[in-house]
Design a protein around this ligand. Structure first.
Ligand code: PLP
Length: 405
């Protein structure tokens, strides 16, 4: 049978070291079918048929490779996994139903009852709850540390420490953790280093190349890029990912093929988007620093950021999220946000549309006043995820906010 375009795809897998990042983002992962489709199809099917009882038995018995059921394997989900693995430089990726499901997979499949985790205290709010509330029920204890100080990570080690977990840069204050330095500490302890690479994406930072064992993503953010679907992914060595795959297959936190298709096409423009988001955020941060009524801007691209040099070393640009403190308190921050007209007031980020939120009463609202104070989340803090609208329109909305404080 003639297979248009198929033999070529078989020869060129776009997965090796032969192609550059931007090429892999567009080409890696696709396996063309006999139909010769140019764009990737969506395999919207829950199960697969067998040509005979013998084949079914061989597939279920693991003697023959092939699809059985979409909780285990789905060609669209696998295409997304191959593409993001190529971008992060991972041997393998396992997609999950959300970013939280990716973190849960790491916490359940790779460590166990009696183990101890050292985690940055500046991680996503639900990550804190996951470690503090649910993984403690599985007998896993977590110590939260200052992410910016490698010595704090070392000091928190116990004999049973098996995992380090970080998110860099952090949300909303853009605190950085030195991946390479902490990876050395983790290695001495024979503990796994997990990096939540949501804010940088592989375009700006590739933690596996800097010593991390595992990368996780909330694909919901920049990988999608247009705020459409919820999903996640875990990346690392074949050996570790076999454990993650087993967990997802058994416990059911699998990704929908429709969402995988959106993420897969999202990856095709990720590089362009991340560069544009970073450029706009950098320009905006510099401009905000000059404005009356702004007390402080948190953005690692600024020379005033205490870890600017580390950001230059471990990232290729500074990303699209920044936060700033306005003169006044909560009232002033609320007035600022409500006076903008174009920005979307929403907790989501990583979208082509600029989003604005008051962390103290939304994303970090469940923390106590003391916890927020310790984490540096002040009442006058506003977080913005800079979108791809015209920069002058973004500044004009900021001016509306400033006029209202
Ligand atoms: C959103 C987010 C998550 C959780 O991802 P979901 O897809 O919402 O489950 C984890 N980490 C970071 C840094 C996030 O921003």
């Amino acid at each position: 049978m003639h297979k248009p375009g198929f033999e070529r795809e078989e020869r060129i897998q776009f997965e090796g070291d032969d192609y550059a990042f931007d090429t892999l983002a567009v080409r890696a992962g696709q396996r063309r079918t006999d139909e010769g489709e140019h764009s990737d199809p969506i395999y919207l099917t829950s199960s697969y048929v067998f040509s005979s009882t013998r084949e079914a038995a061989a597939r279920f018995g693991g003697e023959e490779e092939g699809n059985i059921y979409s909780r285990f394997t789905n060609p669209t989900v696998q295409a997304f996994e191959r593409r993001i693995a190529a971008l992060e430089g991972a041997e393998r990726a396992v997609a999950t139903s959300s970013g939280m499901a990716a973190i849960m997979a790491v916490g359940i499949a790779l460590i166990q009852n009696g183990d101890h985790v050292v985690c940055s205290r500046s991680v996503f709010g639900s990550t804190v709850s996951l470690f503090n509330k649910y993984l403690t029920r599985a007998g896993i204890e977590t110590t939260f540390v200052d992410p910016t100080d490698p010595d704090a990570w070392r000091a928190a080690i116990r004999p049973n420490t098996r995992m380090f977990f970080m998110e860099t840069p952090s949300n909303p204050l853009a605190e950085l953790t030195d991946i390479e330095a902490v990876s050395k500490i983790a290695r001495e302890q024979d503990a796994l280093l997990v990096v939540d690479n949501c804010f940088c994406t592989p375009v700006l930072q590739q933690p596996l190349k800097q010593g991390a064992d595992i990368v996780i993503h909330s694909a919901t953010k920049y990988l999608d890029g247009q705020g459409r679907c919820v999903g996640g992914v875990v990346l690392g060595s074949d050996k570790l990912m076999e454990e993650i795959f087993g967990y997802v297959r058994t416990c059911g936190a699998c990704l929908s093929p429709f969402n995988a298709w959106n993420f897969m096409t999202g990856l095709e423009t990720l590089s362009l988007r991340m560069k544009a988001h970073s450029e706009a955020a950098m320009a905006l941060a510099l401009w905000l620093e000059q404005q009356d009524g702004i007390e402080k801007v948190h953005y690692a691209g600024l020379k005033s950021h205490p870890q600017h040099e580390l950001a230059v070393k471990q990232q290729s640009a500074f990303g699209g999220v920044l936060s700033f403190e306005v003169r006044g308190g909560k009232e002033a921050a609320f007035n600022f946000i409500d006076a903008t007209e174009m920005f979307s007031i929403t907790g989501n980020l990583g979208d082509v549309k600029t989003t604005i939120t008051h962390p103290g009463t939304t994303t970090h609202g469940r923390m106590s006043v003391e916890e927020r104070a310790e984490a540096g989340i002040k009442d006058n803090l506003i977080r913005v995820s800079v979108g791809l609208e015209d920069l002058e329109d973004i500044k004009a909305d900021m001016l509306r906010g400033l006029a209202a404080i």
